[in-house]
Design a protein around this ligand. Structure first.
Ligand code: IDP
Ligand code: MG
Length: 140
């Protein structure tokens, strides 16, 4: 059985270019309900902790520097089959490989500055939501 929640961030590239409203509209137009949301600027340490699974990879330093370079919009989203459906909506990591109409095709600059994050499993959706939101901050 698949879960009904995923976690997303609108990344600093998209927030700084004022794409937040258009991207949130794509989420809700595609059946996702916002259960929690906030604008936050991560410290470098917080970005390193969030992306700990990628520690040691060649892009880790650049990724954590970028993700702490400006505010992000973090949100918990609800929908049946949320994780898989959301990854389909955002498209491939590299916008050059993302399908037409996906968030990354429309808004990402590059494979690193790629507009949005989406959880890759139900387990990580719960871990990532807990990283940003307490119970009282969520409408579930
Ligand atoms: P995902 O965001 O599509 O799940 P991951 O492989 O989990 O992709 O990588 C996390 C993030 O790290 C990506 O969204 C992107 O910002 C960055 N990243 C991944 N691979 C590369 C790369 O080859 N070069 C530069 N940045 C990368
Ligand atoms: Mg990932």
């Amino acid at each position: 059985m698949t879960g009904n929640q995923t976690f997303t961030m609108i990344k600093p590239d998209a927030v700084s270019k004022n794409h937040t409203g258009a991207i949130l509209k794509m989420f809700t137009d595609n059946g996702f309900t916002i259960a929690a949301m906030k604008l936050v600027r991560l410290t470098r340490e917080q970005a390193c902790a969030f992306y700990d699974v990628h520690r040691g990879k060649p892009f880790y330093d650049g990724l954590t520097e970028f993700m702490s370079s400006g505010p992000v919009v973090a949100a918990c989203l609800l929908k049946d089959n949320a994780v898989a459906d959301f990854r389909q909506l955002i498209g491939a990591t590299d916008p050059a490989e993302a399908a037409d109409g996906t968030v990354r095709k429309l808004f990402a600059e590059s494979k690193s500055r790629n507009a949005v994050h989406g959880s890759d499993s139900d387990e990580n959706a719960a871990i990532e939501s807990d990283f940003f939101f307490s119970k009282i901050e969520r409408v579930l």
